[in-house]
Design a protein around this ligand. Structure first.
Ligand code: FEO
Length: 184
């Protein structure tokens, strides 16, 4: 009796995404080390925390595959790309990684829709929502650096940015929680 509730194509796609989340975790860990070496301890801390979040995403895919009677294969994770050139490059790359990940998440939603696999479709909605948060978080990094002066930021403003990111929350509010009294 076949107890695997995932199609073979769906299982493969979920495993691919599991690996992609693991890859994102390694990338942010690597960028965190880069920031640490440059003396930006707060930014490094932010990136380390984000790396852990990506690892959690990987585990969510693993758990879902197993819960559906599938086989969660742990595959090789590619090496992280080269270090960023500077902080602007680093934050732009973090944003681009999130946008690329959103594209992969949407492809999984699309496949679940095509297969009428409503359990997977439902599971994927958590990630659709999560990507809104993740992209917003990355956009805020870019904005904060721009306000600090971008590539020409003074040491003082970079010091403040570094401190702010060390204390920055890992979650940002979703637009549906906004009200007229509290629109931000
Ligand atoms: Fe797992 Fe940053 O998305």
């Amino acid at each position: 009796m076949n107890t695997n509730r995932l199609s073979s194509a769906m299982q493969d796609a979920l495993i691919k995404q599991m690996t992609k989340e693991g890859h994102a975790s390694q990338i942010f860990l690597s960028y965190g080390c880069w920031a640490d070496v440059k003396g930006y301890g707060g930014i490094a801390n932010f990136l380390y925390r984000h790396s852990q979040e990506e690892r959690n995403h990987m585990i969510k895919f693993m758990r879902y595959i197993l819960d559906r009677g599938g086989e969660a294969r742990v595959e090789a994770i590619p090496a992280p790309p080269e270090n960023p050139q500077n902080l602007t490059d680093c934050f732009n790359k973090v944003f681009q990684h999130e946008v690329d990940n959103t594209t992969s998440i949407y492809a999984l939603v699309d496949l679940s829709f095509q297969e009428k696999d409503w359990a997977t479709w439902n599971f994927m909605q958590w990630f659709v929502k999560e990507q809104i948060e993740e992209e917003k978080l990355a956009l805020e990094l870019i904005d904060k650096l721009k306000i600090a002066g971008g590539d020409r930021a003074s040491d003082e403003s970079l010091f403040s940015l570094d401190k702010a990111l060390e204390a920055a929350p890992d979650d940002v509010p979703l637009p549906e929680t906004a009200t007229a009294e509290n629109p931000s």
